[in-house]
Ligand binder design. Structure first.
Ligand code: CA
Length: 227
């Protein structure tokens, strides 16, 4: 992930860039507003408001006018008026100097996660003991790898996008199979049955009659067995 750091102060920019790089980010620095507006190919912007050439709020507004990239305003100005204005100009978040490095990392991760379209989110998702890694197409249950077919994986990954939410059969068929799937809808039931078996507990995938399916974490055996 590439971070555009817009910061004129070396005493802040240099150690911050080093820290971000240690966390695995690529950092491109712009020391002026002009350079920030000319920068390309980045996934998130850290924007200092006190810049030598263009006012940071103006930079924020112009960046936002040209792209949906997440913008975190980083500034020493901490009063409420500035906070509101910063967010109205299209910033996604706001952090006031001095700030903790961990807090900044958490905010970067939060705004970039929100910015990603649902289906392109490649971060491993977890539902209880279940982990689904969309990048490697690996599924683990309690750290044990499950061998799923590609369709079983796609089906599980879709349901896991919103655990607890019912996905209608038609939507599942359209997204996992084909936008023009006219084959037997029994195919879906066959895959659900196979997936339940591999997950080790049929309760993972709940059938909502007449509607569709949803992924739910089964209640653990220790908890709440009152009879
Ligand atoms: Ca500054």
């Amino acid at each position: 992930m590439r971070v555009l750091m817009v910061e004129d102060d070396d005493a802040i920019a240099v150690p911050l860039a080093r820290g971000l790089e240690r966390e695995g980010f690529e950092v491109a620095r712009a020391a002026t507003g002009e350079l920030a507006l000319a920068a390309q190919d980045y996934d998130v912007v850290l924007l200092d408001l006190g810049l030598p050439d263009i006012d940071g709020f103006d930079v924020c507004r112009r960046l936002r006018a040209g792209s949906d990239v997440p913008i975190i305003v980083v500034t020493a100005r901490g009063d409420e008026v500035d906070r509101v204005v910063g967010l109205e100009l299209g910033a996604d978040d706001y952090i006031v100097k001095p700030f903790g490095f961990r807090e900044l990392i958490a905010r970067i991760r939060a705004v970039t996660r929100r910015a990603q379209p649902r289906t392109d989110d490649l971060a491993p998702g977890t539902v209880g003991a279940l982990t689904i890694d969309r990048r490697t197409h690996q599924v683990t249950m309690d750290d044990r790898a499950l061998a799923l077919t590609p369709k079983e994986f796609d089906l599980l990954a879709l349901l896991a996008e919103q655990p607890g939410t019912v996905f209608p059969r038609a939507q599942i068929l359209e997204e996992v199979w084909d936008a023009h799937w006219y084959g037997p809808t029994k195919t879906l039931d066959v895959h659900v049955a196979a997936l339940r078996k591999k997950l080790g507990d049929p309760a993972w995938i709940e059938t909502v009659r007449g509607v569709g399916f949803r992924l739910v974490e089964p209640p653990s055996e220790e908890a709440g067995s009152a009879g």
